[in-house]
Design a protein around this ligand. Structure first.
Ligand SMILES: [Zn+2]
Length: 312
């Protein structure tokens, strides 16, 4: 508590990135307030839930199965939707590090990326807070010599060539502290790679109620390219490169309404036959890109930010 605690609610604001105590309410979702830091512009949930509340949230079985609002409808099925992204990212790491090495996947869920990396010759370690998911991931990778832990501390001083966080950083209550701890486990010139929803995306900006990235209390932080770069630099990482991905241009409203169920089925991996619907959706998106050029040329169309950075 600081000296001004009686003055107003605002004295309780505390930016997880720059520590500033001033912010402006931006929107409310699921009963949580999301505020914008007056100093660095980061959007964050206020107040941030306690560690105990967050731990309880991720131990629920429903987080990884059956919860469309907070977690995942069925994470196992979603793997099909994740495969092309995971394969592409793994290729990037392998090429830039000159071959497979030691990989740490932080927030590894059921170990799908770990298993993919292991098959490609990487020596893999996962960290996963949800004990149920950690057990599934361990079953997957331990026969091949991989290991899965439930805390970062359990790693000791193991060193890695690459550290990955796929859609994890937006869940972290203390992102700078966690990134610093991860960077400490990278070898010099090792690579950290992560992905997160892009809050500069047109939908997050223009129709925030429809933006799936605003998902408190699972998501606590909402990044734009600028705030994400600043977070990585604060976390002892340098040569931060941002690669926007997953283009999702706006569509005319009637098309959006018509395709929303298809999008949901593709994201959850339940569309059938898969290839047909995937290519149909890609064709619709391409048409949407042309429409966007004409009607909303300033829109940021990328739904995801991917980042690569190097240990200082
Ligand atoms: Zn800030």
């Amino acid at each position: 508590m600081n000296d001004n605690s009686q003055a107003s609610d605002q004295s309780a604001y505390h930016c997880p990135l720059c520590q500033a105590n001033d912010a402006t309410p931006a929107l409310t979702k699921n009963g949580y307030m999301i505020v914008r830091c007056s100093a660095c512009g980061l959007l964050y949930v206020h107040p941030i839930p306690t560690d105990a509340e967050l731990a309880a949230h991720y131990q629920q079985h429903s987080y990884f199965e059956g919860d469309t609002d907070q977690g995942y409808l069925n994470y196992a099925k979603m793997e099909k939707a994740l495969l092309p992204h995971f394969s592409r990212r793994l290729r990037y790491l392998t090429e830039h590090l000159g071959g497979p090495g030691r990989l740490l996947d932080f927030g590894c869920a059921s170990g799908y990326f770990l298993a993919l990396a292991q098959q490609a010759g990487w020596q893999v370690t996962g960290v996963e807070l949800s004990q149920e998911m950690a057990r599934i991931a361990a079953e997957r990778v331990s026969p091949g010599g991989g290991q899965v832990l439930t805390t970062l501390d359990a790693l000791g001083d193991a060193e890695f060539d690459a550290v990955t966080l796929w859609d994890v950083i937006e869940h972290l209550p203390r992102p700078v502290e966690t990134l610093t701890a991860l960077a400490a486990r990278l070898r010099p010139d090792g690579l950290l790679m992560l992905s997160t929803p892009n809050t500069a995306h047109w939908q997050a900006q223009r129709t925030p109620a429809a933006w799936g990235g605003y998902r408190p209390p699972s998501h606590l932080l909402f990044f734009t390219p600028a705030t994400l770069k600043r977070t990585l630099e604060a976390g002892s990482l340098v040569r931060v490169e941002i690669h926007p991905s997953a283009p999702r241009p706006p569509l005319p409203r009637w098309v959006e309404r018509f395709t929303a169920p298809l999008q949901a089925r593709l994201a959850s991996g339940s569309a059938h036959p898969w290839t047909f619907w995937l290519y149909l959706w890609r064709a619709i998106r391409m048409a949407g890109w042309g429409w966007q050029r004409l009607t909303h040329p300033k829109d940021d169309v990328y739904a995801t930010l991917e980042i690569v950075a190097v240990k200082q």
